[in-house]
Ligand binder design. Sequence first.
Ligand code: NAG
Ligand code: NAG
Ligand code: NAG
Length: 946
Amino acid sequence: MANSSQETSSFMTQANALFRKNLIFQKRNIKTNIRLVMFPIIVCSLTVILQIFVTKNLKSINKLESCGCVCINENADGNCEKTECGIQHSTLEQMPYCSIPSPPRWPALLQIPSPEFRAVRTNFTPFTDLPDESCRNSGACPATLLLTGLNQSFGISLAANLFASGLDRKSFDNLDSLSNLYLGSDTSTGTTGFLEPAFIGNSPIYNIQPQCAPNSTFFVPVQIASVTIQQEVQCLGSLHLWRQSSSMIKDEIFKGYQDGNSERKINEIVAAFDFLNSDKNNFNVSIWYNSTVKNDDEDSDNKLVRVPRLVNAVSNAYLQLMKGTDVRMLFDFVKEMPKPAKSVFSVDILSDLGALLFTWVILQLFPVILESLVYEKQQKLRIMMKMHGLGDGPYWIISYAYFFFMSFTYVLCLVVFGSAIGLKFFRMNDFSVQFVFYFVYINLQIAFAFLMATSFSNVKTVTVMGHMYVLGSGIIGAALFQKLVQDHSFPRLGLVLLEIFPCFSLYRGLYEFGYSSTTDGMLWKDLRRNGMGEVLIIMVVEWFIVLLIAYYFDQVVSIGSGVRKHPLFFLTNFQKKPSLTSSQPSLHRRGSRVSVPMEKPDVSLEREKVEQLLLEPDFSYYPIICDNLKKMYPGKDGNPDKFAVRGLSLALSRGECFGMLGPNGAGKTSSINMMIGLMTPTSGTAFVHGLDIRTDMEKIYTNMGVCPQHDLLWETLTGREHLLFYGRLKNLQGTALAQAVEESLKGVNLFNGGVGDKQVGKYSGGMKRRLSVAISLIGYPKVVYMDEPSTGLDPASRYLLWDVVKRAKQNSAIILTTHSMEEAEVLCDRLGIYVDGSLQCIGHPTELKARYGGSYVFTMTTSLSQEKEVENLVRQLSPSANKIYHISGTQKFELPKNEVRIADVLQAVEIAKTRFTIYAWGLADTTLEDVFIKVAEGAQAYNVLS
Ligand SMILES: *[C@@H]1O[C@H](CO)[C@@H](O)[C@H](O)[C@H]1NC(C)=O
Ligand SMILES: *[C@@H]1O[C@H](CO)[C@@H](O)[C@H](O)[C@H]1NC(C)=O
Ligand SMILES: *[C@@H]1O[C@H](CO)[C@@H](O)[C@H](O)[C@H]1NC(C)=O
């Protein structure tokens, strides 16, 4: 029966045990889980509802400000079956919102100042060649051009050809045919959605000519989509004025500029040319034109600047000067780029907010995983499992697989539900791309949670931090990171660095999905040009690295998962094993013995026994051997170092129960913690069946049971489930397991009334205590440590518990600490009394009583007046009796055993009864309690003295 625990439970057994436990744990958490899975479903549904609502409301607004539509097929009920939208059905206001696959063309125009602003003679300009101010009233002011250059005669003859089209007006019957004229407009260019605004408004178009003939105004039909406008074309004479230098031109332009100062007259010219060094062989010109039109407005991106025709005009003038008036450089038309339809108010919630929403949804898992990991650490459950034989490997793999399964289900719910209700975000993109992305991400997230869990040990902190992380990264992603992604001038390396944070790589991936879903979806081949490929590579590489670091930190720095390993633990195979082995142990130990000079004989005897044992080649039949185990806490803030354990040497044989007694803080728990691997000893070591606790703890755990001082239990699991889990860890299976669990439950009185099947959260303190004891004993461990197993138990349960421990003792060595002397006497074969970190005595309870007791306690109660009589009586019995207690008639004496016989005492009392009234009397042997107090006081007195 006991042999089943000999073997180390296999990897599969441990994994199986943990997996089943987690499954039950999750089943209990079903409400939380349902809430978790509901989250993506609610988010998806809300988005859809919101989208429908917004779209419906926007439709009415958009009717006016969108491309026009008409019904082209009405059914019998008068409902429209088919509508057609497009520029041909639009008003002028609607046109800019239509899609324009083939934009119309129009002749390039010149920018002409309005008639009231055109340059005239004023008193602030020195030039008399400008027209008189009176032309402004009639609107007949010419379009003035200023000229300069190095060779005036050349320049003037060049300018004579400017705007000379020499064309007959009869030939103009549509917009295209106007392109041979030099046309201009004084309209603002405004926002051009479709056509040059000059043709859409009702202001006239100017036909610029060196000289205007009378009655030269004519109309041209302009077809704009379905509308035809009669466009007025007015002749406008041009005036070319020579200036001596370009600085004079600048001055004139500057002075005529409208600057908001109403005192000044505005004098605008059309443009100015500087012919520089142009001659017959060389055409070199610089042009001044008014660009204020463009810069005026913040919406300037869409505005035209009417310059190209100016360039063409001066080039033609030069060409005609060189080659004659029948040569011309044609400038046929300008037109807009083809463009898609635009609607003013369009809200696509998912393409705008999808990345943010789903970042939140998926990140939501992170705090959940983190909390679960930290919970087991905070409640010390991880250590508890480890102490009962759960290796780090199975723990990691099962936890990982389990979180993966959970995350996978969660994301699957999200994607399946999202596509089911028709969200383009999920529908449009290739499912295999989505699968790979989410698969890689959830792996990274789990690894990241493992890494984070190493540095936290409080569930509350983790919960708050985790949710702040979720909220914060979503907001930073949307407010900052997305802008950087969209800003193409932001260096790519910067993005890569940001995407190292898992939250940003998630955001980036979701952003790309959202972006692609508005076009034609993401396929594998798109990965090369969007950010997704990059993100996937970053995540995969990071996953490996994070996992390694997480494992490393878990072993080295993790708070609360047991003994921390040396930072270079993976090199231990190359280092020398610790020198303290059984083959050559003596030197070291002899030296340390000197430091404990005042040792009691029984303690030194035990120490010698340990030393003898360790010299033997095989001492593994001794379940526990402690070899000068020491624990020292370095002093802080200038305090001296504190010794918790000052050299414990102890050898326990099989079937022995050793009781550690001692006042609080004497070092009992510290000693046990070292032996169960919760603390590393400062020096010395212990051997469990020959295995060193410093190096072979993992192997020791399989044969060890621990009942810690504070119950380490899962609130949501039942007592039976606890026992099943730990039983499986101890390699019990099938009927053996069921039987052992049953026995355990009965043994600790948790069987009746179905207590064993209630969740531990509902247990009373005493029930938890009994369960802890049962856990420590399940699977017949070879060594068992119990830290105050019976605290808080009622007497009945306590007696039951003692029976259990007594039975277990037959196969195991047990070390227990207790404050109950009764318990120590009943259970323990040997006792050790601890004071201030060292053992004061070791021995069987009766042996100790004999050694430290050595006297009877005689108590007698009489009336006050008879006190003297009693004292005389005692003095007669034993001259060296010692009064230890005296209060209102009750007196207590210590009578040395070698001076009195019990029969004498009885006789003396009988005689005394005849002389005075005795209310009560008693004679008692020394109790263990007396011994305990005596030893403790003695040691403390010694410590105070020294
Ligand atoms: C100016 O141009 C004319 C031709 O228009 C040319 O005959 C004359 O030599 C030029 N003068 C100078 C100084 O280059
Ligand atoms: C340029 O055009 C703007 C707006 O049409 C006008 O206010 C301004 O006076 C013009 N500047 C010159 C130098 O003609
Ligand atoms: C055009 O004129 C500018 C300014 O005077 C001068 O720097 C440049 O060399 C000239 N170009 C040619 C080709 O003559």
